[in-house]
Design a binder for this molecule. Structure first.
Ligand code: HEM
Length: 160
């Protein structure tokens, strides 16, 4: 049996139709695309995604040590707001610059990629579409150099 009900609440954005613009003449001329943030169900869904994300991250023996002694409720709050704003939501991110927040942690490229995989896994489990996954992947690629400061054994491109 297939189900398209997301694991993170219902998605009602597609049901909002503006009656005066529903004439066939207007088809394809009116931009009705909601933000990714609205598409996935807004802040409540992002909160659920982030909760599930840190459950996975903390269950990963390679990643868990980074979070020892960290104020997780605060971290989750900052991550929720960051993800909301990346997805086009209204909340402005007020946490630290990502480079500054991760400075001195020695995050490796491999561990960064694992964190990215956990984020993808929860977004996929929540029924998030391909287009959003693709763009989140692009953002993760852009942010990586600010966060990764540790040694990596996958720097073969620069060899030779
Ligand atoms: C994948 C991209 C990542 C994003 C978007 C991200 C995002 C964030 C954000 C928004 C904060 C809070 C910043 C603040 O306190 O103002 C944070 C803190 C933190 N992140 Fe990340 N992070 C990422 C990757 C990682 C990785 C790969 C690790 C470790 C394996 C990591 C470990 C931590 C820890 C331990 C903190 C808490 C720092 C502290 O409070 O002193 N993060 N991250």
């Amino acid at each position: 049996m297939t189900s398209h009900v997301t694991a993170f609440g219902s998605n009602t954005f597609r049901t909002s139709v503006i009656p005066s613009l529903s004439h066939p003449e207007w088809e394809g001329l009116v931009i009705t695309s909601p933000s990714y943030y609205d598409q996935i169900g807004g802040a409540p869904v992002v909160r659920d995604v982030v909760d599930a994300f840190y459950v996975r991250v903390l269950a990963d023996d390679d990643l868990k040590p980074y979070f020892a002694g960290i104020d997780m409720p605060r971290l989750k709050r900052h991550m929720v707001v960051l993800l909301c704003s990346v997805l086009g939501g209204p909340e402005p991110y007020e946490g630290r610059d990502l480079g500054e927040a991760h400075a001195g942690m020695g995050v490796t490229s491999e561990h960064y990629d694992k964190v990215g995989e956990h984020l993808f896994a929860v977004l996929e489990a929540g029924g998030v579409g391909e287009d959003i996954l693709r763009d989140v992947g692009l953002v993760l690629g852009k942010v990586k150099p600010s966060i990764v400061t540790g040694p990596s054994d996958t720097t073969a491109e620069t060899a030779g």
